[in-house]
Design a protein around this ligand. Sequence first.
Ligand code: ATP
Ligand code: MG
Length: 556
Amino acid sequence: MEELKPKSLNFLEEIVQEGIASGKYPQGILTRFPPEPNGYLHIGHAKSICLNFGLAQRFGGGTNLRFDDTNPVTEETEYVESIKKDVSWLGFSWANELYTSDYFEDLYQFAEKLITLSFAYVDDSTAAEIAAQKGTPTTPGTHSPFRNRSVEENLTLFRDMRAGKYADGEKVLRAKIDMAHPNMHMRDPLMYRIRHVKHHRSGDKWCIYPMYDFAHGQSDSIEEITHSICTLEFDVHRPLYDWFLDKLGIFPSHQYEFARLNLSHTVMSKRKLLQLVNEKVVNGWDDPRMPTISGLRRRGYTPASIRNFCERIGVAKRDNLIDLSLLEFCIREDLNKSADRVMAVLDPIKLVITNYPADKTEDLQIENNPEAEVITKRSVPFSNELYIERDDFMIDPPKKFFRLGVGLQVRLKGAYIVTCTDFKTDADGNVTEVHAEYIPESKSGQDTSGISVKGTIHWVSVSHAVEAEVRNFDRLLIVEDASELGDDFLKFINPESLQIVPKVYVEPGLKEAKVGQALQFIRKGYYSLDLDSTSDKLVFNRTVTLKDTWAKEKAK
Ligand code: ATP
Ligand code: MG
């Protein structure tokens, strides 16, 4: 058993714990995860999910899954479905599945209330005029000429906006706060705009849609969310969040901010990920090179490895860049415990065992995973002709080459020790076949040969081998930090981010592998069966290499 160390609390856990200690949440806490359904979830969202669901699990309470679907232009049902699938797959269950669009009527009534209280007005200014009225951070803004409309006039106009009397952009509803406020978000921000667009859930019912700032806090309040957790860039929105709840006199939800996750060698915003999909840089949202949850799943990542990663990076108040190798470390650590070890030859050359009967096949019993709690074995056929890796043989081996060269001995994994006797080449001098003799008394598990060898290599019997395709992935971008690149990130795509090895040989038992099953190809890496596999053709994705080869590359 691992020693249970008392974990120190992150700043959000401290806030929650203090609140609970002071008796603020007799019913427990309520958090929410509020994705906008305009794309697939990525590893940054996983951090937010682990945080929100984790807090409720740890301190007692629940987490709502709320689709923040206030923008009818970019949202689609496909995204809603994928988000639900990904949150569940990560291992979390939500208390309620909710949609901001279900609050459109409540939000509308809140807006009328603010108009009645003279805290909101209908503005006919154009978008450019409103922008000009805002002023700058160092100079106060100016009042809109429509700012002093009467309550009655505002109510009539707002109801007409709802009724569809105006075209897009003709009018907006603004909060009436302070055009000289040091916080630009408080300078009469927009609450509603007109959009004659069909919404993925409410259809044509509405032609006015609330802005994020007007919808988010009120939705939190309707649900009685105790801790509304968002990323740092929203800290300047917090005064507005509080202002709306205060003026409306409704449930006082509170917003807290934490640093978003930025990961090296990739992009994370849904807009940029969509660009990669649309421009066919990748083969869809679930391309194994994508930092999406669906991409990571297809690549062979496990939910536990992603949760561990989120736990390890912690929750901070300052933005930083996390190296992708930490994510890789987490999946390696998990798969080392769980993945069966199997044999696959990626760059084959034939090894003929000249003293082994040509008509004989032995079914060797080989351990699946020496790290497992209960050791199991599988049967692997052995015969006189095997595939081995081309680089496990050398014509002129250097001194410490503990593999094959004429006169050298090596153990064939789970089988016998062989002595290399000879090799064949083609007209260009390329090795085409290696010959060896096996030592019958050296069989693994019952070795009485007394010979000890330093190297063990993997192999697959030629007549039993199954052909497969292997897809090796690498960093999507060649730059570490893409955050300042804007749309230029497309110029930094790693041309070698996908390398296909069309024909490799794997042991026959892998015909039974299941899509998503994690495997360690001995000495080669962790792989997972891809959903493109058919009964005629297996396809394996490399989840991660066995060692951190990237760190070595960088050090060169
Ligand atoms: P993107 O910029 O990728 O489109 P977003 O913030 O617009 O992200 P939302 O769907 O609005 O995406 O986000 C849902 C929740 O996930 C929000 O609470 C948001 O703060 C959080 N989130 C999004 N990206 C990250 C990230 N990189 N790290 C941590 N949390 C994130
Ligand atoms: Mg967003």
